[in-house]
Structures are given as structure tokens and as C-alpha cells.
Ligand binder design. Sequence first.
Ligand code: NAP
Length: 255
Amino acid sequence: MGRFDGRVAVITGAARGIGLGVATRFAEEGASVAVIDLDESAAAEAAGKLPVSGGAKHVGVGADVASSADVDAAIARVVDELGGLHILMNNAGITRDNLLFKMTEDDWDLVLGVHLKGAFLMSKAAQAHFVAQKYGKIVNVSSTSALGNRGQANYSAAKMGIQGFTRTLAIELGPFGVNVNAIAPGFIATEMTDATAARLNLDVDEFRRLSAEHNPVKRVGFPEDIAAAAAFLASDESSYITGQTLFVDGGATLG
Ligand code: NAP
């Protein structure tokens, strides 16, 4: 018996990185998983490699979470092909880092569009199903950068916005059997942080080693660390927890 037997989970930005780690964990625990990502072939390839248990099946769907037409079509397709919808993880994300005086309007709009508008559109489309069946789990992805990070005014604003969005949806949807929580990851080793290393002209391993020094557990995080927290928050074991942001950062923000 897996915790997600008979459940359908949608995870955005799941063709790689944290999203793929979460998709793998949910599939291992019995879920049917919809991998949503910008590139349909990358999404389909990732979905094709997920473990299958029981009667579960997986699908890869190409969609831009910042487009309402894409989002509505994606949710309709998932419900049609996988037979329902129970869990949504708003994970898709991008960075366009720069100091404020060099940050362009495009850098601002793109980052706010994917993280905040994307989470809004996906949650709005999913809640129609969740409220009708009086059951649903939403897990949003914030970041330790929400607390402030040099060169990330756009990303930090979006990720703190996610925390307010999470609390508000928890209030609105709780009476309908829907739990809404967020995870704020610290440094997680993915292509996103590898790209940051490249921007800073640092070797990936050196960047990870330096980042590990900044938290009490003295290691970087991996997608599996976020997947473990996401599986708890998407499961019925956390049904009395809602509106919370769980920091999964090795204690980096403890001061
Ligand atoms: P990643 O490796 O860059 O993966 C992000 C995925 O999201 C990519 O597959 C990307 O597709 C997809 N994506 C981007 N824009 C999209 C859109 N508009 N619609 C659908 N999919 C889209 O990043 P990650 O490190 O796994 O990060 C996942 C989430 O965790 C993000 O929200 C990120 O902000 C957050 N986070 C990460 C860290 C960290 O240290 N890694 C820390 C805190 C928070 P393309 O490849 O086609 O662009």
C-alpha cells in the first residue's frame, strides 16, 4: 500500500530537478503523475521513466504555467487521461538575477509570471475539481530567498508572494477539504543552482562546497530532500496542517 494509491498528482516543472525528484517519489508511493513542463517531449520522456505501481499511469504534458489557455488545456487533459486530480505541486520556476539597477522590466515580469501567476492559474484550475470532490492537496514552492537575497529582487518578491498566496488559499479552501502548504527549499543541487555557479564563474562542485558551509548540517540539499517533505504535505498524514511554509534548508535560515 502506497500513500498515494489511487491518487492523481500534477507537478509543474517536473521534467528535471526538484519537480522530477518529487514526481519520482509520488510515483514510488503509488500515484499517477502528470509531469508538466514547457517542453512536451522532455515532459513525456520524464513521465516515461517514472516507476509504475498498481494501476497507476503517468503522462507528460507540455504547458507554460503562465498561460491560462495552456493551464486549462493541461488540467482538462490530465483529468481526462488519468481519471481525476487530487494533488497539485506548483514547482515550475525560473531565475533572472540582477541587481535592481540592472534588472529589466522583462526580468521582473517573467519571474513573477512563472512563479506567481503560474501558481495562481494552476491552483484556480485545480480547485474546481478539488472543491467539487471535497478533497485536494496543494504544495507550493517558495524559497529561502523569500527572506531576501542580493540580486534576486524579482525572485524574492515572487517567493514571499507564494507564502501569502499559500496562507490565503488555505483559509479559502480549508472548508472544502483542501490543504494548502508551501516548502521553502534552501540550496538544492539542480540545473538551476548549476547555472548560478556558471554565472558566478565558479566550478559546480566548488559552489556546492561553499554553499554547504552556510548551514548547520554542512551539506547541500538534493531533490530527494524536497520530495520527502512534499510527500508528507501531499499525504493524509498532514491533514491538520495548512497554510504553513516548511523550510527545508539544512537550518540555513536559523541565523
Ligand atoms: P530547474 O532545474 O531549473 O527546473 C525547473 C523546471 O521548470 C524546468 O524543467 C523548466 O523548464 C520548468 N519551467 C520553467 N518555466 C516554466 C513554465 N513557464 N511552465 C512550465 N514549466 C516551466 O529548477 P529547480 O532547481 O528544480 O527548481 C524547482 C523549483 O524550486 C523552482 O520553483 C525554484 O524556484 C525552487 N527552488 C529551487 C532551489 C534550488 O536551490 N534549486 C531553491 C529554492 C527554491 P525549462 O527547462 O524548459 O526552462
